[in-house]
Write a protein that binds this ligand. Structure first.
Ligand code: GLY
Length: 408
């Protein structure tokens, strides 16, 4: 058990001793994981049409008022294709049910083509590390490792050494006026770090670190809220513009963008152990926590003008809950307790009837917002909310069992 976990464990024990309470756990994590498993079975029975099933069709969203998943074919232009295989891997981890493992394997296989085509954009980490990454973690299938290493190399082709970051959207160079990097791209660095230490090219580590450093320099305001997009001069590498794509305005704090920053820099600290990232991510976290509404689930943008009537984004809450459980393992005791308590509050809200899909749909959760300015996926179930939700539950279960938060 790591030092921080020991400290968290001590503070937990003292708390129990002081209050005399038997039960300090705020979340019934087994009940929540059982609920997720039931919804997974419900979704799978929707997808099994008679005996046939198309494993290339990946659930993406359930729009408000609908109750079954809208699915899209696995395709280079669809960034969410890896989350459903990832949900199945996590459900298999929770249940050890071999029939779920078989489903996870079959959906995962539909993404293999990413190892054989040039990089379309930065989303390769979401696509391959949620699917093949979890699959490899749980099975050690050597074929999965080959795919991850090939796709990590493919992602690295988007790196511009003059700028020091990965080009997130090659298709938008003209529209945005240069080499663009978005906050979401932070998550895709995890696959590069993994590849560098698991037989892939060692320079993938340097690419990931450089990308994180440039993002830290150029994507944040003085209060540590983040810009969604930074645009760089391709030739000089200078940052020439900061703006939004999915947020309310260039100056607003888009909830999921900040969530990607919290998750991403926590992961970069884990991989590098450089304290500058740990210090930084706590500041990025604190501006997010300070501005949350009472139920700890953010509005889709912290500066949306119609708060408190603005739509929520449960997906951001899921990403942050998962990240905070990890971050609390690395922090000093006071922040460790603050962050783990905040994560529990988020998970308590997400388990309530206000956020659970329950009988209303075969997803885990309601009330996420995908792309508000495009009028797309507003107040919907979205597959990546479910992915980070079940990930957070598994992390919390390990914390409650006194284990390291990550199963690595
Ligand atoms: N990566 C796109 C999003 O967060 O919506």
């Amino acid at each position: 058990m790591r030092l921080k976990n020991v400290l968290y464990g001590l503070s937990f024990c003292m708390c129990v001793a002081c209050t005399g309470k038997q039960q300090e756990r705020k979340v019934d994590v087994d009940e929540a994981l059982n609920y997720c498993d039931e919804q997974v079975h419900r979704a799978l029975s929707e997808f099994h049409n008679g005996d046939s099933i198309d494993y290339t069709l990946m659930p993406k969203n359930i729009l408000s008022g609908q109750n079954t998943w809208f699915c899209k074919p696995a395709d280079k232009e669809e960034w969410t294709g890896g989350f459903w295989p990832g949900v199945l891997w996590y459900d298999y981890e929770a249940t050890q049910n071999d029939s779920i493992k078989e489903e996870a394997e079959k959906y995962t296989a539909s993404l293999k083509f990413f190892a054989e085509i040039p990089a379309y954009d930065h989303d390769l980490g979401f696509l391959i590390f949620c699917s093949y990454g979890n699959g490899y973690r749980l099975t050690h299938n050597p074929e999965y490792k080959k795919v991850i290493l090939a796709v990590a190399d493919s992602l690295a082709t988007l790196y511009n050494p003059k700028v020091g970051t990965i080009l997130s959207w090659p298709r938008n160079i003209e529209m945005l006026g240069g080499h663009n990097t978005i906050m979401d791209n932070m998550i895709n660095l995890e696959m590069l770090f993994w590849a560098a230490k698991n037989g892939g090219n060692k320079n993938l580590y340097d690419i990931a670190v450089s990308h994180a450093d440039k993002t830290m320099q150029n994507h944040f305001r003085s209060d540590y809220s983040s810009f969604h997009v930074a645009v760089y001069d391709t030739l000089t590498g200078k940052c020439i513009k900061r703006c939004t794509h999915q947020g309310y305005s260039d100056d607003s704090m888009w909830a999921r963008g900040q969530a990607w920053a919290i998750y991403g820099f926590t992961m970069v600290y884990r991989e590098t152990k450089d304290p500058k990232y740990l210090d930084f991510v706590q500041k990025v976290t604190d501006v997010y926590l300070k501005r949350l509404p009472e139920d700890y689930i953010p509005y889709w943008d912290f500066d949306a003008p119609d708060i408190p009537n603005a739509p929520k984004d449960a997906s951001a809450a899921c990403v942050v809950a998962s990240a905070l459980l990890e971050l609390s393992e690395y922090c000093e005791p006071e922040n460790a307790r603050r962050y783990s308590e905040a994560a529990e509050k988020m998970l308590v809200s997400l388990a309530s009837p206000a956020y659970r899909s329950g009988d209303r749909a075969s997803s885990f959760l309601l009330h996420s917002t995908g792309h508000y300015p495009n009028n797309s996926e507003i107040d919907a179930s979205i597959i990546y909310a479910d992915y980070y939700y079940i990930e957070a539950l598994l992390r919390l279960k390990r914390v409650y069992e006194g284990k390291d938060v990550l199963d690595n």
